[in-house]
Design a protein around this ligand. Structure first.
Ligand SMILES: [Zn+2]
Length: 186
């Protein structure tokens, strides 16, 4: 499995790549999410570690999305947030990392509930910051960090993490690079 598969507005995912991905279900909060097999295992380890070390409860808000689900999501988000917001934040079908099963939108349990609205999530930024130091050890990176917007073409998303494998995650963190920069160097 190519855990460094680059999917963005310039690199839409190929149907053949999507077919190679083995997805497994992860049940949380009475919902079924799907993640790539290894990514699911690593996510669950990350979740346990974060809870043990910081007390922060993380959960999946979004994981794998099919092309059709991305299309629906885009339409729903337009209803909720408006066209301008969505054109910045929601990737068009085929250009979302969520098609790989290696990307996760996290939610956290905060002040008595799981946050799912983007504006609520932004208020819990300090809690999210407690999670970040643990990502690399399990092969995850914060995929759309602050200061890299001109490279990723996506505004800072505190909740979107991506599995790239432990070695690459550590390398990216050390060099303060995003996946686009890593791929360019290869
Ligand atoms: Zn996401």
């Amino acid at each position: 499995m190519n855990y460094q598969l680059l999917v963005n507005d310039k690199h839409p995912i190929a149907k053949t790549d999507m077919e190679k991905i083995t997805l497994i279900p992860v049940i949380e909060r009475n919902q079924i999410f799907y993640l790539e097999k290894k990514v699911a295992k690593q996510y669950l380890k990350l979740k346990r570690k974060v809870l043990r070390k910081t007390g922060v409860i993380i959960a999946l808000d979004s994981a794998y999305r099919s092309i059709e689900e991305q299309q629906c999501l885009m339409e729903e988000m337009i209803q909720e947030y408006g066209v301008d917001y969505v054109s910045n934040y929601v990737a068009k079908p085929y250009t979302s990392e969520h098609h790989t099963g290696m990307a996760i939108d996290l939610t956290i349990y905060y002040q008595g509930k799981y946050l799912t609205n983007n504006f609520e999530l932004e208020k819990a930024y300090e809690e999210f910051c407690k999670i970040y130091p643990f990502l690399g050890h399990y092969g995850f990176v914060l995929r759309y960090p602050k200061g890299k917007e001109s490279i990723t073409n996506i505004p800072f998303e505190m909740w979107h993490i991506r599995y790239v494998g432990v070695k690459v995650a550590k390398k990216l963190k050390k060099r303060k690079h995003v996946l686009e920069q890593y791929k360019r160097k290869l």
